[in-house]
Design a protein around this ligand. Structure first.
Ligand code: M6R
Length: 365
């Protein structure tokens, strides 16, 4: 069942080139620089009326939702807010006409996400789902949506579902963006970058031995910080969650520049700090955040694209990922963080597939 892998988590990490091909299959229109989404059964006229999107989810799916905010705002110019389903369901959410509520869930059965969805429907919202499990309750109860086709995810820690959620959100942003003010050339660039993505993930997966060595150096740490900006901020949150849930090392994710408003007080020679620093429009800003941490003797692991000459000799470890458009870099930078969490957990003797106190799908409040 684990096809030769020792754990489901490792198997599912390694399945990502395939799960990414599967979420894109039949959905790319390279000439038009567009996506074709058969599950979006809304008419063009009704789609044009969507003025605002509220995304609701829990855990890793909430992190994908946060990326959805950056993606939809940048690519489709639609205002988005992202709410924890457990909060949304008990507050008094404002749902205006023309608000689309988007529920994201791997299992399609998470109790809080389902309750948030039902509350949104009660208030007359149009609802969409991005779900992995076909026939699940959330898939059935939303007006329309997209399936991830990632195959079963058995490991409690979500891995392949997260990267597929990101790609699904990129496809949806393209779908909405090209109907608004995204040019055909921008659309084509995105489609071409999507086509390259599975092979780029494959390339990163070959670094698994290097990440094991890195994990050996840090497996005894008591705390970790994960920092990123823009599209890399949600990746920082997800990297920290992955490490916490499988290795039980305390970790926090933060927007890199928020560090100086508090967490910087934690930095000393004991504190590993993972910086997400691929080459994107905020790269130079992240480099100066790295310098702030090094000035306080923090141990810096930087995830970078290409050779990052600015960081050579300045950080303790560099992890390289291939270059792509900023909107897709989160898929690539997530992979080494999954492997780091996995190897740290194994070295600490943890049960990666069934971490203590956790269930694969949280069907109670
Ligand atoms: O099935 P869902 O995507 O709705 O699940 C949401 C969370 O329970 C889930 O992502 C959880 O945070 C994972 N253990 C993260 O790895």
């Amino acid at each position: 069942e684990k096809s030769g892998y020792e754990h489901f988590m490792l198997k599912e990490i390694h399945e990502q080139p395939q799960s990414l091909r599967d979420v894109m299959r039949g959905r790319l229109l390279p000439e038009e620089g567009m996506s074709r989404l058969g599950g979006i059964t809304l008419s063009d006229a009704d789609l044009a009326k969507v003025e605002r999107i509220t995304i609701t989810a829990c855990g890793t799916s909430w992190h994908a939702g946060l990326l959805g905010e950056y993606l939809l705002e940048e690519l489709a110019r639609i205002p988005v807010d992202v709410q924890y389903a457990s909060e949304f369901r008990y507050k008094n959410p404002v749902i205006e006409d023309n608000t689309l509520v988007l529920a994201i869930s791997q299992s399609g059965e998470t109790a809080d996400t389902l309750a948030a969805l039902r509350e949104a429907k009660r208030r007359g919202a149009l609802t969409m789902g991005i779900v992995n499990v076909v026939g699940s309750t959330i898939a059935r109860e939303t007006d329309f949506g997209m399936h991830l086709h990632a195959g079963p995810e058995i490991g409690v820690a979500s891995t392949k579902a997260f990267t597929s959620q990101i790609v699904a959100l990129v496809l949806f942003s393209l779908y909405m963006g090209r109907r608004r003010d995204m040019s055909v050339l921008e659309g084509r660039e995105m489609v071409e970058a999507l086509q390259r993505l599975p092979d780029q993930v494959e390339e990163i997966l070959q670094q698994t031995d290097d990440l094991r060595t890195l994990a050996e150096e840090f497996a005894d740490a008591r705390n970790f910080l994960y920092l990123g900006r823009g599209y890399q901020f949600p990746v920082a949150l997800e990297g920290a969650l992955k490490l916490k849930e499988v290795s039980y090392i305390h970790a926090e994710g933060y927007p890199a520049a928020e560090m100086k408003h508090g967490p910087i007080a934690l930095i000393d020679e004991e504190m590993p700090v993972v910086f997400l620093a691929p080459r994107d429009p905020v790269y130079a800003k992240v480099v100066s955040n790295i310098e702030e941490v090094k000035a306080r003797s923090g141990r810096v692991i930087a995830v970078v694209s290409d050779d990052a000459p600015e960081l050579q000799g300045k950080v303790d470890h560099l992890i390289r990922v291939p270059q792509t458009v900023p909107a897709l870099l989160p898929v690539l930078t997530t992979i080494p963080l999954q492997l780091l969490a996995y190897h740290a957990a194994i070295l600490r003797g943890c049960d990666v597939d069934q971490p203590r106190n956790l269930a694969k799908s949280v069907t109670v409040e």
